[in-house]
Design a protein around this ligand. Structure first.
Ligand SMILES: [Zn+2]
Length: 72
């Protein structure tokens, strides 16, 4: 499963593996409470969607760095 994160400010979009996000913020953290920060413009005004994929290793994408995940 992937989280698609799109910046509402500059429309930069990125993807996280849900597993990686959960490792950082915890498995019981609701997705809407996680704050991602845009790598390009530094803003936190992001929209997050969830996408299901069959196999992780077939996925080639650009991953944002998960920053300030605990400072929501
Ligand atoms: Zn941005």
């Amino acid at each position: 499963m992937l989280h698609i994160v799109e910046c509402r400010h500059c429309y930069h979009a990125g993807r996280f593996k849900a597993n990686d996000v959960a490792k950082v913020v915890g498995w019981d953290k609701p997705l809407e409470t996680i704050r991602f920060r845009c790598k390009r413009c530094g803003r936190k005004d992001t929209e997050v969607k969830t996408q299901f994929i069959d196999r992780d290793h077939t996925f080639k994408g650009y991953f944002w760095v998960l920053q300030n995940a605990r400072s929501y």
